[in-house]
Design a protein around this ligand. Structure first.
Ligand code: ZN
Ligand code: ZN
Length: 156
């Protein structure tokens, strides 16, 4: 899978050098506010598989609903929000915003989360797992991703 993308002004371009661990569609209020939309599509991937440049993104910190911080990274020049780091998430995984891919149709959500704040006019596909809040990783992630997660946690 060749996943490349970047911000609106092209000061930051990135390339994902591995396939996603999992792709979330998050319907929480924070994601709705940050995106100005109904939900965000987040590609969860190890930080080392995100090659980005030439500009370095800026970040700001949100207090997450879980009490864990959430750092949001964006382009200082155009303000496009590119990825997040959730301090409650395992290892050094980052969540890359799939709408910033050159071809956003390259991925689709594996799971919908925080559907308790999903906008009522939006119907989700019945074949994709959906959760009112979060879920248990071992019940949702494919075996290969769980194996990568074990390496990630072991090294951090
Ligand atoms: Zn930019
Ligand atoms: Zn969210």
């Amino acid at each position: 899978m060749n996943l490349e993308g970047g911000c609106a002004c092209r000061a930051i371009r990135y390339k994902l050098t591995a396939s996603p661990l999992i792709v979330h569609a998050c319907h929480c209020r924070d994601c709705q506010r940050i995106t100005g939309s109904a939900f965000v599509i987040n590609i969860c991937i190890e930080k080392k598989f995100v090659e980005a440049g030439p500009s370095v993104p800026k970040s700001f910190r949100l207090a997450g609903g879980s009490g864990k911080h959430h750092d949001v990274f964006f382009c200082a020049a155009c303000g496009t929000y590119l990825w997040s780091r959730y301090h409650g998430a395992p290892g050094d995984a980052v969540f890359v915003r799939a709408g910033t891919l050159d071809s956003p149709d390259a991925v689709r959500p594996d799971v919908h989360i925080f559907t308790r704040s999903k906008l009522p006019w939006l119907d989700l596909p019945p074949e994709v797992p959906a959760f009112e809040s979060f879920y248990k990783i071992e019940k949702v992630w494919p075996a290969e991703s769980r194996e990568r997660l074990r390496n990630l946690v072991g090294k951090s």
